[in-house]
Design a protein around this ligand. Sequence first.
Ligand code: PLP
Length: 397
Amino acid sequence: MVSKRCYELGTARSVIRELFEYGNRRAGEVGPERVYDFSLGNPSVPPPRPVLEELERLLREEDPLTLHSYTTSTGDRAVRTRLAAGLAARFGHPYRPDDLYLTAGAAAALCCVFHALTQRPGDEFVVFAPYFPEYKVFIEGAGAVPVILPPRVPDFQIDLDALERAIGPRTQGVLINSPNNPAGVVYTPQTLRGLAQVLARKAEELGHPIYLISDEPYREIVYDGAVTPWVPDFYPDTLVCYSWSKSLSLPGERIGYVLVGERVTDGEAVLAAVGGAGRTLGYVNAPALFQRLCAACDGLTADLSVYAENRRLLTAGLGELGFDVSIPPAGTFYYFLPTLEPDDAAFCDRAKAMDLLLVPGSGFGAPGYARLSFCVPTQRVQGALEVFARLARSYGR
Ligand code: PLP
């Protein structure tokens, strides 16, 4: 016999994956240029040139025995030293190498944090919809409970009153993701100030810290000159989970970190527990080659101009067709479109019948929306606008 939970997770249909595979099958039948697949959040631009050059250099010049060997379980010390110095210079906090724990992507960073902070089964983490669906899996996997708050429409900032009501004695942490998958929202300084005030007040009231877990794999993917606010500036008890999956287009290489800064309450214990969680989960020693690569290239980004152009085309084109694009994504490469009928699954099914593949918002906890991943070739966006026109006409627009 096997674990029921693991079996169910292993056999569950992922709506996004199913859609993607359907798209591949349809591409085989009608030709790839006729299928407008916007299902997956897989970066569509290659890693930047300096990343590829550094990779070649590492392989050519470094001693292969050292390069590929185990590192310290928290991550190679020279790598953490370089990263901490870079983060300190960028964000103005005195980060130290021992504030970092290198992980296999943001997913592993989050899993380590949820395990580290869960003291008793049934401890709670607050999550704001719309949210990345794997959060539920990660939190439940740690034996904790996700307390999911409904989306604040239409701007997807935080409903602070709802948050205040949701925090109780079992709350160990609050999870945010800004820039947000799927909503594209970037929390404003005003939102973060309000959030910090609520958390500080509640932590005081409850007599234990409430950690803010900031999942930020899209940190650098922002538009119109925007800058993602640095969350630890607002709330000292912030644990930053980051990866280079999206910023450097390296999702398959599985590399990221947890940062527990100097001002975090019981920070040393938190980071030790993150390391312990890494042991429990078998995650020790993030991929060694990519530790070195990312330390050298941290702060660079892939060519984001493709996403910016796709976003511009979609905003203009969908707006002309009568879709509500009044709040374009401030960051990420996702458009979260209000659907033309309340049933988002029916809307996406109708689009699918036209070979336009969108993901229903219900799966992200926000019915009445569809997610469109615009990390695709610009040609696909241009072609899709004709299909969107047909779709809109089918609703009498
Ligand atoms: N968090 C969010 C919001 C994501 O969208 C993703 C991946 O799509 C992850 C975490 C996981 O990132 P990684 O590939 O670095 O594990």
